[in-house]
Design a protein. Structure first.
Length: 565
């Protein structure tokens, strides 16, 4: 294909009827004043969409328009133009065409330099397809995964280690912390790839004959790479160094925390090290703090749950428990609650293990079992600090539960978590832990139980007919079977999982006078019956089913939540 010719975008958009001459004149004046691109000025002013501009350009130039959100790109095609060049030139290879030609995606067909440079780098004759700029930038993150780069750094570490048994400390470059050290580049690449994949955790697991690296994405673990076991030693030592841990200790578990820059933004990482049969297992939780996420309005609670919960936050004292398994969003809910209450008139103190987010104006205490700073011990001291609101990270034992309940009885609003299957069983669990019944009955305000469901990818969503097992479950839930049932077929946008992101489901049990009376008597089954009657139609299972019927998640995900409780 011949090199693209320069065109006048403004004239083209006027000719296509997308903008008026007056709008063009105003936009050109803005361009002259600010130096910004004309297309970006029009898009930011919502006068025309990115897709409309791309389609108009494609029609004018006789080129195809491609929706990158739906485009499958083979890894072998991506390798024709490495990521650093693709991002620099704003060009992405799409498909190999006959006669050794290559189809590339460009948002700016006027960029003659990028076209020529891409042709030189790929050693191919190029054919342009028009794409939108936002889709192009998202495609870079989606398609250019660093799996091969990870393998390359891992091989470099392994080969160096085999050739020189004393090379491990050299690889670490402990004193200089050189960014060019293979292990440093390997770890940085791991985090870059994890953030691009929206992973919440990185698992580095030594097995009998190999090292396995997995990412947890939307609550599910996905294998990413494998390496030799020698690589595990280098990674473990480097992470211990940056976390301030003991590099000589390999027999005991260790926990640490560190921060690094990923894609230009700071990322907090919580590190857990566990000695296993074949080496040290490392799990890193990525704590991507975003203040906007710590807003109750953005937690997607059902309207009735949000209204009732927000009303509970205005109570001057009492205990509010948030329950659910690990990774169900309990911490996010608690911090959003504290953020809603945080003001200069209130003193808020938290005791946590570990402190995951940092809130301005809130006193946060980190548990340290090595010096016997336990939840119970810290909580007793906190109550002497004259707090208005107290957050206890977890009620792990009877002593902590009793101190928290007593604090709730004596004028403090207390928040905490408990690992239970549902809201109804939580008061019974507190009593089983050794908390006096009268304390539970009089101090507990409410229990908010929650789970996270995987959301169907909107790019590959398709209709779905319930299977026989799903229809049987629907009937057991008292549902007619009618709904907007959908599944995801898998696409590059969701890394072929069919899911993209997660949705919360909640159930809220408020302690009514009847429930308080039942909790104060030695008949847990009577309390459970009454609690389930109170929650009828508003349980986690029913909330999940409603999301599935609306086409936001799958029946399989809804059934998983229902069977968990």
């Amino acid at each position: 294909m011949a090199r693209p010719q320069r065109i006048r975008l403004g004239d083209l958009l006027v000719k296509a009827g997308l903008i008026s001459p007056a709008v063009l004149e105003s936009a050109l004046a803005e361009q002259k004043r600010t130096g910004r691109r004309l297309g970006r000025i029009l898009i930011d002013a919502m006068l025309v969409s990115e897709e409309a501009i791309a389609r108009a350009l494609a029609d004018q130039l006789g080129l195809p328009y491609i929706d990158l959100k739906r485009e499958q790109i083979e890894p072998s095609v991506l390798r024709l133009l490495p990521e650093q060049h693709a991002r620099r030139l704003r060009v992405i290879p799409l498909r190999e065409l006959p006669d050794q030609r290559l189809l590339i995606g460009m948002a700016d067909p006027d960029d003659l330099y990028a076209f020529d440079e891409a042709s030189r780098l790929t050693q191919r004759e190029l054919q342009i397809a028009l794409v939108t700029e936002s889709d192009l930038l998202a495609a870079f993150d989606r398609h250019y995964r660093a799996t091969e780069e990870i393998h390359s750094y891992a091989r470099a570490i392994d080969q160096s280690f085999k050739s020189d048994q004393d090379v491990l400390l050299k690889l670490m470059d402990v004193e200089a912390g050189s960014p060019d050290a293979p292990v440093v580049r390997l770890i940085q690449t791991l985090f870059d790839d994890a953030v691009a994949a929206r992973a919440s955790d990185i698992h580095i697991e030594p097995q009998e004959k190999k090292l396995v690296i997995r990412f947890r994405i939307d609550g599910v673990l996905h294998p990413q790479a494998e390496a030799e076991l020698t690589v595990a030693q280098a990674i473990a030592m480097r992470l211990k160094i940056v976390s301030g841990l003991d590099i000589s200790e390999k027999r005991l578990p260790q926990d640490g925390r560190f921060q690094l820059q990923v894609r230009g933004r700071p990322l907090d990482v919580r590190l857990s090290i566990l000695p296993t049969q074949y080496g040290e297992s490392l799990v890193m939780r990525l704590l991507n703090y975003d203040p906007a996420l710590l807003e109750l309005e953005r937690l997607n609670m059902p309207a009735d749950v949000y209204t009732a919960y927000r009303r509970l936050l205005d109570r001057p004292h009492g205990l509010i428990l948030v329950t659910g398994p690990t990774g169900s969003g309990k911490t996010t809910t608690l911090y959003a609650s504290l953020a809603a209450l945080n003001s200069v008139e209130r003193k808020i103190i938290t005791v946590e293990d570990p402190v995951e987010y940092r809130l301005p104006g809130v006193m946060q205490v980190q548990i340290n079992d090595k010096i016997e700073l336990t939840f119970a011990r810290a909580l007793r001291s906190i109550l002497r600090q004259d707090p208005d609101i107290v957050l206890v990270g977890e009620m792990r034992d009877a002593e902590t539960a009793q101190i928290g309940l007593r604090a709730a009885m004596t004028g403090h609003l207390v928040f905490s978590t408990l690992h239970t299957n549902d809201a109804a069983s939580t008061p019974v669990r507190l009593i089983d832990m050794g908390a006096p019944r009268f304390m539970v009955a009089t101090s507990l305000l409410a229990v908010l139980a929650q789970r996270l469901l995987r959301r169907i990818c909107p790019q590959c969503s398709r209709s779905h007919q319930p299977t026989a097992a799903e229809r049987q479950w629907l009937a057991a839930m008292g549902h007619s079977g009618d709904g907007h049932w959908r599944v995801g077929s898998g696409c590059p946008h969701c890394h072929n999982t069919g899911y993209l992101g997660r949705l919360p489901v909640h159930e809220l049990l408020e302690m009514t006078p009847e429930l308080m009376y039942a909790a104060n008597h030695d008949d847990p089954q009577a309390f459970l019956r009454l609690a389930h009657e109170t929650l009828a139609g508003r349980t986690l299972g029913h909330r999940a089913l409603a999301l599935a019927a609306a086409g936001q998640t799958t029946l399989d995900e809804a059934m998983r939540v229902a069977y968990e409780v």
